[in-house]
Design a protein around this ligand. Structure first.
Ligand code: GCO
Length: 470
């Protein structure tokens, strides 16, 4: 009798444990690429094809912002912070060379250019607007319009003026008004030329790097403060959305926020501890965004480290679309040593990129699914690969774009795709070593050259551009 009871108990456990494991979260999605026809693509009429960039990474000539100070060692620790002590300097000289870069966009056949406006150039001092800098962006928009390319403008892409940083930036909720003021000035200058507005680029990436890992300015390592800044960035989005919508022309504007849905997956799917850890980190990084914009409730929680919660009731009504940035996922492996447990691990068994993550196109499909719970049109605002050798870019492009096409076929409302980036550029704390460009840039001569792998993008864009009025 006892032997039977033990056998039954063992059998039950043998059944229940794996079932519990598998139900705890979905298995990490994997497709059989050998059986997939990568040419089986279809996109709806009016699908937006574009490229993306950001002011500090391409323009050059930044002196008075958080990044210039970070690069030059002007923060209290007095040391430079970029890999190999690089500085942005002239970057891609996009400030002067934008007409040439627009010609490159034409060569690709894209219909949209997502770029950011530089807060530090437009407002070099508190309350002071530099009308020449503002006019520069009017000229960029006009040059784009002249060749049938629509501008999509990001208001905050990791860069802000030093005077704002010195006031405590988004650490203080009362500083949000400065961002609204800046956004107001940009909106009034560009509203007749710009339909799509992104308020803030990747709030969680910015916050984790700037306030948790300490790799971005101001280089703090304070999890609780990180959670407060993230909350304030969401509030800043809500404030800017509501303000711009109240202005003349606001009703025509399409305003969204940009979220990087980088997933955190368990390295070992059969380890309950890996799963728990991955889920907890994922909840902080992605879940805090979803609950804010779906339910109006912000919460960032990580046991023993951080717990911050507050209602942001208006958030769900402040998205005309949602911008999705997607590159990859990372693996998490449990360890009782927290530093070890929180280490970024390449997901095992996949082809690496030059960054600390692999090629994982299925993740883009998942990201679309995950963000679709907000019930808003999705525009992919960034996707691309750092691949200096250009030996993976072509396949990367074909597979990730296949994932988008499949998501659309399965009923997800994806309206556009922007490749990151048009040209190689300054990859933040990693400097110029990471080569994301469709065009290679020789930084000594500023010569741009289309990479072989990028021709896949050009080919797909040309084959699937389906604009009724073009
Ligand atoms: C980010 C930004 C871009 C990056 C790109 C490649 O995600 O950090 O939006 O500025 O350059 O994502 O890492």
């Amino acid at each position: 009798m006892r032997a039977i009871a033990i056998t039954v108990a063992i059998l039950l456990l043998a059944y229940l444990l794996p079932t519990a494991y598998l139900n705890y979260s979905e298995p990490v999605l994997k497709w059989d690429w050998a059986s997939i026809d990568l040419d089986d693509l279809s996109f709806p009429e009016g699908f937006i094809w574009g490229v993306a960039s950001a002011a500090h990474q391409v323009e050059g000539g930044h002196t008075g912002n958080n990044w210039a100070a970070w690069e030059q060692g002007s923060y209290p620790d007095g040391r430079p912070h970029i890999l190999n002590n690089e500085e942005t300097g002239a970057a891609c000289e996009h400030w002067e060379r934008y007409p040439e870069d627009i010609r490159l966009m034409q060569e690709l056949g894209v219909s949209s250019y997502r770029f950011s406006v530089s807060w530090s150039k437009i407002m070099p001092q508190e309350g002071v607007i530099d009308s020449v800098a503002l006019q520069h962006y009017v000229d960029v928009c006009d040059s784009l319009a002249a060749v049938g390319i629509s501008p999509m403008v990001t208001l905050h892409h990791f860069e802000h003026p030093l005077w704002f940083e010195e006031k405590g930036a988004f650490e203080k909720v009362e500083n949000i008004g400065h961002f609204v003021h800046f956004s107001d000035a940009v909106f009034n200058a560009l509203k007749d030329r710009v339909t799509f507005w992104c308020t803030i680029n990747e709030p969680a990436v910015f916050v984790i790097a700037a306030y948790f890992d300490g790799n971005f300015p101001p280089g703090k390592q304070d999890p609780q403060l990180a959670a407060i800044v993230l909350k304030n960035l969401f509030k800043a989005h809500v404030a800017v959305y509501q303000h711009l919508k109240s202005l003349p022309g606001g009703e025509r504007a399409q305003i969204g926020i940009v979220k990087n849905m980088h997933q955190i997956d368990p390295v070992n799917e059969w380890s309950l501890l890996d799963r728990l850890l991955a889920r907890t980190v994922n909840n902080g990084f992605n879940g805090s965004f979803i609950t804010t914009f779906r339910d109006g409730h912000y919460r960032f929680h990580f046991p023993t480290l951080v717990d911050e919660a507050e209602a942001i009731a208006d958030a769900p009504s402040t998205l005309d679309f949602v911008g999705l940035n997607y590159y990859s996922h990372n693996g998490m492996a449990f360890s009782p040593d927290l530093d070890e447990a929180l280490k970024t691990r390449m997901y095992p068994g996949e082809t690496p990129t030059d960054m600390t993550y692999t090629i994982y196109p299925e993740g883009l499909y998942r990201a679309i699914q995950e963000i679709s719970v907000l019930g808003r049109p999705i525009i992919i605002t960034e996707n691309g690969i750092a691949d200096a050798k250009d030996d993976r870019r072509g396949d990367f492009i074909r597979r990730y774009i296949y994932a988008v096409s499949k998501a659309i076929e399965d009923g997800y409302d994806v309206r556009g795709f922007h490749y990151w980036s048009l040209t190689d550029n300054f990859e933040w704390d990693l400097g110029y070593g990471q080569r994301f460009g469709l065009y290679h840039v020789d930084f000594a001569t500023q010569k741009r050259t289309l990479r072989e792998g990028s021709k896949e993008f050009q080919r797909i864009v040309k084959a699937h551009s389906n604009w009724p009025d073009r």
